[in-house]
Ligand binder design. Structure first.
Ligand code: FES
Length: 371
């Protein structure tokens, strides 16, 4: 009599699970330790999301069937009551069985979405452009399609830790990407990498595209774009895309910095304003005065950038807004624009976030990045 055969030992960490998004006929597989959101975007299945690091709550889903591991989902984004009610963060939760999930946020079927992929990026140039601010230009091994306003995750070599930065180039440039990076003292990606030894020719992994801040379609409303610091990056992509394709009847860019040396791409946007009648550019200094011999002293404003906008527009009814910068700036801008009668549905925003340090990367210091 032969010995009974035993099933090979199950190694849970090697098992993939099938994920179904309610309403979609096509399930997809999630690899071990892969978040539901990551698996969905790589499979070409769109799910609402913004920060992809557990801080905004945009990716909340209802788990209709099956089990998930919430991993490091923060309590402030996903409360204990919400977990009990079967909710999960798509960007944090991993399936522990086959699951069916239902996104709580609205799924925008009108916007074209591009699958998430990993690329190899080679540094072409890295330059100081303003106080503690660098422009990083990279070449990808393959073209990446994306929407103007989206971002990518730059993976710090030998650490697996990713940091998120918006593309500043338009989607028409699919292989050469531009990022604006502000130094965060002690930041793993900035002080520890981009402001330390990163040089021309260096290679790293880049994941993208991500995020749902975008301008894709033609719109009839004129747009006000307000950027604080490196919040200019996705707005630059949006402006270039809108001008290239004549998508917006008028574009008004406001860029806020504390001091003159915090501003950058001044010559670029000044020239753009001279070239396009329907594009205006107004930089604002919150802690400095314009010097009389500064060629921008006429167009430039003094004060908080949101106050400058309010001073320039007595009514924002029938207009739209694209905002990117620190949370306090976004909050002030939203209040001001609503007071000026802009419809809330026409206010689009991307907030800077401080990168979370999940347990796997607990020794990595946070960086402040857009989004
Ligand atoms: S919490 Fe998941 S995308 Fe922000």
């Amino acid at each position: 009599m032969s010995a009974p055969t035993l099933d090979p030992p199950q190694e849970d960490h090697l098992i993939t699970h099938s994920v179904t998004v309610a309403g979609s006929p096509t399930p997809f597989e999630a690899a071990p330790e892969q978040s539901i959101l990551d698996a969905a975007l790589r499979a070409g299945q769109w799910l609402p999301h913004s920060c992809t690091q557990g801080t905004c709550g945009t990716c909340k889903v209802r788990v209709r069937s099956g089990d998930v591991d919430h991993r490091d989902s923060p309590e402030f984004t996903l409360t204990a009551d919400e977990r009990c009610a079967g909710l999960a963060l798509g960007c944090m939760a991993c399936p522990r069985s086959d699951v069916t999930v239902e996104p709580l946020g609205a799924v925008d079927d009108d916007t074209p979405h591009h699958p998430l992929r990993d690329y190899t990026a080679t540094v072409l140039t890295i330059d100081e452009i303003a106080t503690d601010t660098r422009r990083l230009v990279v070449e990808l091994d393959e073209p990446m399609t994306f929407n103007a306003g989206q971002y990518a995750e730059l993976v710090i070599p030998h650490s697996g830790v990713g940091r998120q930065y918006s593309m500043a180039n338009p989607p028409s440039e699919t292989s050469r990407l531009e990022f604006h990076v502000k130094r965060t003292p002690g930041g793993a990606a900035t002080d520890g990498w981009i402001f330390a030894g990163l040089a021309t020719g260096d290679q790293f992994t880049l994941r993208g595209p991500l995020g749902q801040f975008n301008l894709v379609k033609a719109q009839t409303e004129p747009a006000i774009l307000i950027g604080g610091g490196t919040g200019l990056a996705p707005l630059k992509s949006i402006i270039r895309h809108a001008l290239e394709n004549d998508l917006v009847p008028a574009l008004h860019l406001y860029h806020g910095g504390r001091r003159r040396e915090d501003l950058y791409d001044v010559d670029y946007f000044t020239a753009l304003a001279q070239e396009y009648e329907h594009f205006t550019y107004r930089p604002a200094l919150s802690e400095d005065q314009w010097s009389g011999d500064d060629e921008l002293s006429c167009a430039g404003a003094t004060g908080m950038v949101t106050d400058v906008v309010v001073g320039d527009f007595s009514s924002c009814k029938g207009m739209s807004a694209y905002l990117c910068g620190p949370p306090a700036m976004i909050e002030a801008a939203v209040k001001s624009l609503k007071r000026r009668r802009m419809a809330p549905r026409l206010i689009f925003r991307e907030e800077f976030t401080v990168a979370a340090a999940p347990s796997a990367a607990a020794n990595s210091a946070p960086d402040c990045a857009a989004p």
